[in-house]
Design a protein around this ligand. Structure first.
Ligand code: LMR
Length: 334
């Protein structure tokens, strides 16, 4: 009796060892889900990540990329990450409000003069600290990825801030962005990116704010007759994983993956501005939307109208974070 029990136990143990070995030999699967098209800075970054992993970690790590909200969308992707149903995301910095208020700094209008200033902030100590600001919620930031500066599009020409009064703008789910449009006497409606084209086409909202690459790749210029080049805010991303997944990856593989993340980050951030410039030209060439430039005085009027939002959110964001962000601009201000 004892003999056969021992034999059975030995058998079970052997099976367990084999299945652990088999599991450890199976490649680690990384599902990378995002909401934009492939021909955007983030879309290209995700594909480059997959390509480099396949070249350097073949048999050890496998990457599946799901673009255009085809696996998860804005409403559920962060929850899916926290449950380890996906392992990489790169949501816009406006989409983490539920987990940290500090990242709202990136939504403040006219805070960063340009993408170079954003870059400096992200590289400095405060910016880097923010990558770790959500670990208690099972979200770890691996890198910042650029998209670009946002432009205002609408069903009517927007030259002065008063022109926006009464319009309803689609926003990402951010209290700062809501406050920004309230400053103009406009309304806002938060909705997932996947719904924006339909909402603009049907007139459910009359305006939106997006970088050129998102406008072009989703054909938003076909349903917005006017786009004002305001460059009033930034739309950037945080590449995030679930720390329980990420730190459980065997050390040597994780080091290799981190090297790939650095390389892809460099490529995305070097290319994003040029991609947005090219998409701006494509939109102008399409003739379906009029691109409106602003004089220095007109832009200053937009800045003055939106700027009170900073004070409103300073306490939530943290005066130290806001101060560090203000310090990265190179142009002198009156
Ligand atoms: C948006 O919702 O407008 C953006 O966050 C989409 C994206 O990921 O660029």
């Amino acid at each position: 009796m004892l003999k056969s029990f021992l034999a059975m136990a030995a058998c079970a143990l052997a099976l367990a060892v084999v299945s652990v070995q088999a599991a450890s030999q199976r490649p680690i699967l990384i599902k990378f889900s995002h909401v934009v098209a492939d021909n955007t800075p983030k879309g290209q970054g995700a594909l480059l990540f997959k390509q480099l992993v396949e070249e350097r970690l073949a048999g050890k790590v496998r990457v599946e990329v799901y673009a255009n909200s085809s696996l998860y969308g804005d409403a559920d992707e962060l929850e899916a990450l926290r449950k380890n149903e996906v392992q990489l995301l790169a949501p816009s910095l406006a989409k983490f409000g539920q987990y940290t208020q500090q990242l709202q700094v990136f939504d403040l209008p006219f805070l960063f003069d340009d993408l170079d200033a954003v870059n400096r902030f992200q590289k400095r100590a405060k910016g880097r600290q923010l990558l770790r600001s959500m670990e208690a919620h099972d979200i770890v930031g691996l890198a910042y990825w650029h998209n670009g500066m946002k432009q205002l599009s609408a069903s009517k020409a927007l030259l002065l801030p008063t022109d926006a009064a009464g319009l309803n703008f689609r926003i990402q789910p951010s209290e700062v962005l809501d406050a920004q449009f309230r400053q103009l006497g406009a309304q806002s409606q938060a909705m997932p990116f996947a719904e924006v084209f339909e909402a603009l086409q049907s007139g459910r909202v009359q305006g939106a704010e997006n970088p050129w690459s998102n406008i072009y790749s989703k054909n938003l210029h076909r349903v917005q007759p006017y786009i004002t080049e305001t460059n009033h805010g930034v739309l950037d991303y945080m590449l995030v994983s679930n720390p329980r997944f990420w730190y459980a990856i065997p050390h040597t593989i994780r080091v290799e993956l981190e090297g790939i993340v650095d390389e892809v980050t460099y490529a995305v951030n070097r290319q994003a501005e040029a991609d947005n410039r090219a998409d701006r030209q494509r939109i102008e060439a399409s003739g379906s939307s009029q691109v409106i430039g602003l004089s220095a005085e007109q832009r200053e009027a937009w800045r003055n109208a939106m700027r009170p939002v900073w004070r409103q959110f300073e306490a939530q964001i943290g005066a130290d974070v806001l101060k560090a962000a203000q310090a990265v601009n190179r142009k002198s201000r009156p």
